[in-house]
Design a protein around this ligand. Structure first.
Ligand SMILES: [Zn+2]
Length: 391
């Protein structure tokens, strides 16, 4: 995974039929819009050739795709004998791995994840990920990984990509970047020492890769983003003040607070070495989009984000971004969706490290008993956001 990916959280499988349809509208106008969204979702599903296979419970299509039902949170084989779902609640996925990544559980009746081709494929990819994680020093190349998985290089590459969304090389780079960050952030040794610790054989190769991995040179990174240019503006919103900040890669911070000064201090704390400059009028459109996002989180956010975090944090944030407005998730469930069910504390840590309020909706995480739990920008704001999203 690219370490500082410019990501758009709209689109893909989080389409209108998913989260917006679930949003409970506060007013008549919203009811009309929600009805329209549902009608559109129904039409989209009915036009999809895969829906015909589902309607016919076509056994021959088993293994070609799975379908998920938003109201039950379950995904099925096309031939599942269970009661047929309403088309407006249905979305399609290439396989069990993708449906699971989106937070759906396998159906108990048709067991779409059991024994099939797809399960074997997901297991092979998972094994390759473990191999890459274990060998951060000198990650095995594509040929070696493919051999281990018992596939040709091109088939393995395609499979890895379809399950994880990134290439094996990008995944290995992401691991090294994460390790590098830990080392650079963690102690005072020389940059060269850190390079060898992070598994780069020669510093030449390292400098070549550093900009790609960190988005800045190593010395800059150690100095807290020294030299990186970040523009920001503060505006009023219904939750108080909101600070929007943007690097050359995208929106890198959205912070909430009572007044502008503490927000600026928080931004400085998060990017201590960066050159911060207050933005001029040409930034007004960005600020307006950020205010609109805070105003109506269910509408989503369509500006690129500059997400800075470890591979693990990014996985947690991606899982968070898939939680629709109007819904919440527990830390334990989020850990499960991240693929690390044992790492509940680390998941909570990743939520707390989020710099993009609302855009990465860490306010949608509750304690397992439904308690509000903490929020970086104040429990009252968290409650207010959740109330608004529930309608
Ligand atoms: Zn089923």
């Amino acid at each position: 995974m690219a370490a500082e990916a410019a990501v758009r959280f709209d689109g893909k499988d989080r389409s209108a039929r998913g989260d917006q349809a679930r949003y409970r509208p506060p007013s008549k106008l919203w009811e009309q819009e929600a009805t329209m969204v549902l009608t559109t979702a129904r039409a989209l599903t009915e036009e999809d050739p895969r829906w015909r296979a589902v309607a016919a419970r076509d056994r021959r299509q088993d293994g070609a795709f799975v379908y998920a039902v938003r109201t039950t949170g379950v995904y099925c084989r096309p031939s599942c004998p269970a009661r047929r779902a309403k088309p407006e609640n249905v979305s399609f996925f290439a396989g069990p791995a993708q449906a699971a990544l989106a937070g759906f559980r396998p159906c108990r009746r048709c067991a779409p994840d059991a024994g099939g081709v797809a399960e074997t494929a997901a297991a092979r990819v998972a094994q390759a990920c473990r191999t890459l994680e274990a060998a951060a020093d000198e990650p095995p190349g594509l040929a070696a990984l493919a051999r281990e998985a018992g596939l040709s290089a091109s088939r393995f590459h395609r499979l890895f990509r379809s399950v994880t969304g990134v290439t094996p090389k990008a995944y290995a780079d992401g691991l090294r970047a994460a390790r590098l960050r830990e080392v650079l952030g963690g102690r005072a040794g020389s940059v060269t020492e850190a390079i060898y610790d992070a598994g780069f054989g020669s510093s030449g190769r390292f400098y070549e890769a550093a900009d790609r991995l960190l988005g800045m040179t190593p010395s800059q990174y150690r100095a807290g983003g020294a030299g990186a240019e970040i523009r920001y503006a503060v505006a009023d919103c219904w939750l108080g003040s909101v600070l929007a900040a943007q690097s050359e890669r995208g929106v890198c911070a959205i912070l909430l607070g009572d007044a502008p000064e503490p927000l600026l201090a928080e931004l400085r704390g998060r990017f201590p070495g960066a050159v911060l400059s207050e933005a001029s009028e040409d930034f007004a459109a960005v600020t307006a989009r950020v205010v609109a996002l805070v105003e109506r989180p269910s509408d989503g956010f369509d500006l690129p984000l500059d997400i800075r975090g470890t591979v693990f944090q990014q996985r947690v944030w991606a899982a968070l971004a898939a939680v629709p407005a109007g819904e919440t998730v527990s830390y334990a469930e989020l850990a499960r969706r991240t693929g690390a069910p044992q790492a509940v504390r680390a998941v909570a840590g990743a939520c707390a490290a989020n710099a993009l309020a609302v855009a990465i909706p860490c306010h949608r995480v509750l304690r397992s008993d439904g308690g509000l739990s903490g929020y970086r920008w104040g429990a009252d704001r968290k409650r207010a956001l959740l109330d608004r999203e529930r309608g």
